[in-house]
Design a protein around this ligand. Structure first.
Ligand SMILES: C[S@@+](CC[C@H](N)C(=O)[O-])C[C@H]1O[C@@H](n2cnc3c(N)ncnc32)[C@H](O)[C@@H]1O
Length: 215
């Protein structure tokens, strides 16, 4: 009975993108969302340094590592450990975004060209609660970008659409020269998730502690 339930649940989530991810050795189907964003906006370049917030199980790390190449740097953080073998220019930290300063102290001394957040909260099924939890993660991701993203850098952030989606996307407009909203085709149809993208971070958002190395 248990086995039957497990396999029917597995089949429920199985789709073209999950099969493709398995075939191409990516740890999650989420990789195709970032791939679509990259193909449209070309925000991650060879040699870039990229911070990946909510990086487990690691498909964005795998893809980003290839885009930046060995001359680049990728650092990821997640509450859940990443068990993948990754190239030497990728470093993964296990911890909570709300404690990022303590978890990644040394890593954060050098600013990043791109900050990614694919963080998703534990969901309850209540759309209002889930959207509020997602917003809290997005606000923290934006605060991290405020401190550790270079001027001119880019920010890609997943958010569950709720009543605070518009104020959050308006906030992005104040911090970046260009802002975009993008729903990848690879997002599941039933999902409320969407990506808010900030391009060309404005000067005033530089955090003095990132530049000086002080917390
Ligand atoms: C959709 S998954 C990310 C998938 C990832 N982009 C990939 O390609 O493998 C969302 C992740 O956000 C993480 N997350 C949620 N809240 C977090 C928090 N407060 N701090 C760190 N990670 C968090 C979850 O543990 C989960 O692994």
């Amino acid at each position: 009975m248990k086995t039957k339930q497990k396999s029917s649940q597995k089949n429920k989530w199985e789709d073209h993108y999950s099969r493709k991810a398995r075939k191409e050795n990516f740890s999650a189907r989420s990789v195709y969302k970032l791939q679509e964003i990259q193909e449209k906006y070309r925000l991650i370049q060879q040699g870039n340094s990229v911070l990946d917030l909510g990086c487990s199980p690691g498909s964005w790390l795998q893809y980003t590592a290839t885009l930046v190449g060995g001359s680049g740097r990728v650092a990821g953080i997640d509450k859940k450990a990443v068990s993948l073998k990754l190239p030497s220019h990728v470093t993964v930290y296990t911890g909570d975004i709300f404690s990022i300063q303590a978890v990644m102290t040394e890593e954060l001394r050098r600013p990043f060209d791109v900050v990614l957040s694919d963080m998703a909260p534990d969901t309850t099924g209540n759309k209002t609660v889930d959207a509020a939890r997602s917003l809290a993660l997005c606000e923290e991701a934006l605060a991290v970008a405020g401190r550790h993203l270079k001027t001119g850098g880019s920010f890609i952030c997943k958010i569950f659409q709720g009543e605070d989606f518009k104020p959050f996307s308006d906030l992005i407009k104040t911090r970046f020269t260009i802002s975009k909203i993008f729903k990848p085709k690879s997002c599941r149809k039933a999902s409320k998730e969407i990506y808010v993208i900030g391009i060309d971070k404005k000067q005033e958002e530089i955090c003095p502690d990132t530049v000086s190395g002080h917390p």
